[in-house]
Ligand binder design. Structure first.
Ligand SMILES: Cc1cc2nc3c(=O)[nH]c(=O)nc-3n(C[C@H](O)[C@H](O)[C@H](O)COP(=O)(O)OP(=O)(O)OC[C@H]3O[C@@H](n4cnc5c(N)ncnc54)[C@H](O)[C@@H]3O)c2cc1C
Length: 406
């Protein structure tokens, strides 16, 4: 048996953040991941997906020493966000200057985030990455817990963290139930080049079938996330380029002019998932293993990174107080801290999706009035922006921004 304090199953962004947050504080961590980072299929600059990373997530990355690596990748700061409804003239505009911030967040490709964290984890003496490897057997009923890897080797630890994604084999093996909802929508993502400059602005138009976002990237292209009824998304993925450019330009009301070029269309099925429990004795779930939300506000990974930072804080505090880090009372503190916030974000995303996805004239008027009121109510708008940027709420120490962090 190879002894560790913590085993993390899943070396995606959330698992690696958990490992680095614990490892930088001297907790020994084993990360078990089947997919090497070098196997990530697309090179930087060609992934149709980018993640909108909040200031809180940026702060976590800064504290872990990986932010400069991400800036050197292709992290791109955006300063404005414009949201409007296709069914009326209601609109809201967030400008970083209005809230005294240099930007609202950064757009970063997933593989840039993952490879920066991967390198950091590899550089820490207290973190050992087992890859490519999978856990074939767990025993979490005894202390220490044990895990057998597919090469037959064994690991032991006080705590197992499930960061193994939406289909979490650990969650399933432990028969932790989930509440799920199939939106029957597809998220069509692609890289597109528009006639006019994206103006370092994140754009979102609400259409009856779902929202359409244009997210700015560093090379002048935009990454789109277009929520559509599932069959329409599949159809738009396969039509030829000119027809796709025309349909997309029209859906976006030609706000940035014509679509000149596009690359790499992919469709992701959209669902909501919430694990009934985040913790068991010796076990904690983080990131998509615990919760999956609608991507319309681009908050999924940001919530997972906060899970990682909170779990690390709870574990480190327990260790300082000489408590067992895998004990249920310790882990319940993590669940109490995160579950409510994640649920709130899920409910809000569902509400927006339903409210804006409904073409009824009465609702359309309410929506547009709501947007117009929010646009004029300056303090409420600033509060909304601070929440979306991860600057408000009960943040763990790792995510708190000090006055001189910029
Ligand atoms: C269309 C779309 C757009 C999105 N846009 C945004 C956005 O703008 N901003 C945002 O914040 N979020 C966004 N999200 C959400 C975001 O993609 C996820 O929340 C995030 O990637 C979850 O990270 P994770 O590390 O928890 O899971 P994953 O990234 O899924 O990582 C899980 C890891 O576990 C590994 N694994 C699998 N099986 C095993 C096993 N048996 N043992 C060990 N390891 C295993 C996998 O190989 C993987 O590396 C979007 C999602 C979609 C669908």
């Amino acid at each position: 048996m190879n002894p560790f304090d913590v085993i993390v199953t899943g070396g995606g962004s959330v698992g690696l953040t958990t490992a680095c947050a614990l490892g930088t504080q001297g907790i020994t961590v084993a990360v078990v991941e089947p997919r090497p980072v070098a196997d990530t299929p697309v090179a930087a600059g060609h992934n149709p997906r980018v993640f909108a990373i909040t200031r809180a997530s940026q702060q976590i990355f800064t504290a872990l020493g990986v932010w400069d690596d991400m800036l050197a990748g292709n992290a791109y700061p955006f300063r404005d966000m414009r949201v409007w409804d296709a069914g009326g003239d209601g609109a809201i505009h967030f400008d970083c200057a209005d809230i005294g911030e240099p930007y609202l967040g950064h757009m970063i490709e997933p593989q840039v985030i993952r490879s920066a964290l991967w390198r950091r984890a590899q550089s820490l003496d207290s973190v050992t990455v087992f890859c490519p490897a999978q856990v074939t057997d767990f025993d979490v009923t005894r202390e220490p817990v044990t895990a057998t890897l597919d090469d037959g080797s064994g690991l032991s630890a006080d705590l197992v963290v499930g960061a193994d994604g939406v289909r979490s084999p650990l969650r399933e093996r432990l028969e932790i139930g989930t509440r799920t909802h199939d939106y029957r929508q597809g998220g069509l993502v692609a890289r597109v080049l528009t006639e006019h400059d994206h103006q370092a602005t994140a754009w979102q138009r609400f259409l009856p079938g779902g929202p359409l976002a244009f997210l700015p990237t560093t090379d002048g292209w935009s990454s789109i996330v277009w929520t559509l009824p599932a069959e329409t998304a599949q159809h738009l993925q396969t039509i030829d380029k000119p027809a796709f450019h025309e349909a997309l330009g029209e859906a976006f009301d030609f706000r940035l002019g014509r679509i000149i070029d596009s690359e790499t269309r992919e469709v992701f099925p959209l669902q909501r998932l919430h694990a009934e429990h985040y913790v068991r004795e010796h076990v904690a779930l983080v990131g998509d293993a615990a919760h999956v939300i609608h991507p319309l506000a681009g908050q999924g990974i940001n919530l997972g990174l906060l899970d990682a930072a909170v779990l690390a804080e709870v574990v480190l505090t327990a260790r300082q107080r000489q408590k067992r880090i895998g004990s249920l009372p310790v882990l319940r503190r993590y669940e109490r801290w995160r579950r409510g916030d994640n649920q709130l974000m899920m409910t809000a995303m569902d509400g927006f999706n339903r409210l804006f996805g409904n073409a009824q004239p009465g609702l359309s008027r309410v929506r547009n009035l709501g947007l117009a009121l929010a646009e004029r109510a300056t303090p409420a708008k600033a509060l909304l922006a601070r929440h979306a940027m991860g600057l408000a709420g009960d943040l763990p120490a790792l995510a708190r921004i000090s006055p001189c962090s910029d």
